[in-house]
Design a protein around this ligand. Structure first.
Ligand code: GAF
Length: 387
């Protein structure tokens, strides 16, 4: 894909591009905790967006998307939210301009194999890849965390999803075969090896794309904030659900709509689960870790209500199989993928079982991706080394 993207660029724009590889992400545990100042446990993966990009000495930005066979253009003097995938590029450019960083016109070809709407964060990969590319081309010398914050702001202001920092962070900080535990309040993080050669990380795509995903996501965030406000009356030090306990939440249960109570109860439990899960992972106890993944799914499905029947079905299939240590819906939810930890020598059996049962139930075949953990965004020479 890297070579093809470069060649297409040369064919279209007749110059040599800078190459950038920008990965999707998985998250082992810690869902909907990032915007509550909690912890997450993501990693960058082998699915990626590839950019071939060069400056063009104009005020015009031209981008050709290989996956849609479509070229879009915009002027640097008219950067505003616009329907379609161009919005992600414009969001990044707008945020760079807002910071007073110089931006000039560019040409790019964008390719990729991250399935869109599958919860693997193709949008963060588009954003992170462009920030890193422009950082290199203009010599901004932004740090990786700053780049992630720019991508997150782009997502808030252009597509309008009030996301946390997890996806952009993972995309830019990933390290081969390492997972990262990020404290989403302090933004401090630690790497540790995901060293389970007997297991594979298998993503099962429900092929469901929920049209309400972004609006419902924002509603969840508001509900968490509503819970915090109620708790703060008796506990002014509580700044977010990260600081709250179940006892504090129970004190205000009567004042909260039941759904708000449920949302907050899920988040408080999930933040603790990430801590427990990290300890288990470090101890090499994947079985107990998997049990926590199932508990997360239960919470996401019943309390946070971001699952759907198809995802619940995929997790119920995984639960029946001894070769699966744990499974749950991954990412924002309302469709997309489940993440499954599956015994390496039984992946083929598991995939055949899941696909056949899912086809029988829903009349469609779930795509399955056996992923590996890879480096975060790579630019220029680092890409050449890979290609
Ligand atoms: C989406 C968001 F972009 C992340 O910030 C995170 O909240 C995730 O949903 C849920 O954990 O991917």
């Amino acid at each position: 894909m890297i070579q093809n993207t470069r060649e297409q660029f040369i064919h279209l724009f007749e110059k040599e591009p800078l190459m950038v590889v920008s990965p999707g992400r998985i998250n082992l545990i810690g869902e909907h905790t990032d915007y509550n100042d909690g912890f997450v446990l993501p990693a960058a993966i082998d699915k990626k967006i590839v950019y071939a990009i060069a400056l063009n000495n104009t005020r015009q930005c031209n981008a050709h998307a290989v996956f849609m066979n479509e070229t879009v253009s915009f002027s640097l003097d008219d950067v505003k939210p616009t329907p379609g995938w161009i919005n992600y590029l414009m969001g990044v450019v707008f945020q760079l301009q807002e910071r007073g960083l110089p931006v000039q016109g560019f040409d790019c070809v964008v390719a990729g194999d991250i399935p869109v709407g599958a919860g693997m964060s193709s949008s963060a990969a588009v954003e992170g890849g462009l920030v890193a590319a422009l950082d290199h081309l203009f010599g901004y010398e932004l740090g990786r965390m700053d780049m992630a914050l720019i991508g997150q702001k782009a997502e808030h202001t252009f597509p309008g999803v009030k996301c946390g920092i997890m996806d952009q962070f993972a995309n830019l900080h990933g390290k081969k075969n390492q997972v990262m535990r990020l404290d989403c309040r302090s933004l401090s993080f630690e790497y540790f090896p995901f060293n389970f050669p007997d297991y594979k990380i298998v993503l099962c795509n429900s092929m469901v794309h929920h049209s309400l995903a972004s609006s419902e996501y924002n509603v969840r965030r508001q509900q968490c904030e509503e819970g915090v406000k109620a708790i703060q009356a008796g506990h002014p030090d509580v700044k977010s659900l990260r600081d709250a306990t179940m006892a504090m939440l129970n004190e205000v249960q009567g004042q909260l709509p039941p759904k708000v109570y449920d949302r907050c109860a899920y988040v408080i439990a999930e933040i603790q689960r990430v801590q427990d899960a990290t300890t288990l992972l470090k101890q090499g106890d994947l079985q107990q870790f998997g049990t926590l993944m199932y508990a997360t799914h239960e919470g996401l499905s019943k309390l946070y209500e971001v699952s759907c029947p198809e995802l619940d079905f995929l997790v119920s299939l995984a639960k029946k199989r001894k070769e699966v240590a744990g499974a749950r819906v991954m990412g924002g939810g309302f469709g997309g993928c489940t993440i499954n930890l599956v015994k390496a020598d039984q992946v083929d059996d598991f995939v055949a079982y899941v696909q056949s049962a899912y086809e029988t139930q829903y009349g469609k075949t779930p795509e399955v991706y056996v992923t590996t953990i890879e480096d975060g965004v790579k630019v220029g020479a680092a890409v050449a080394a890979e290609a």
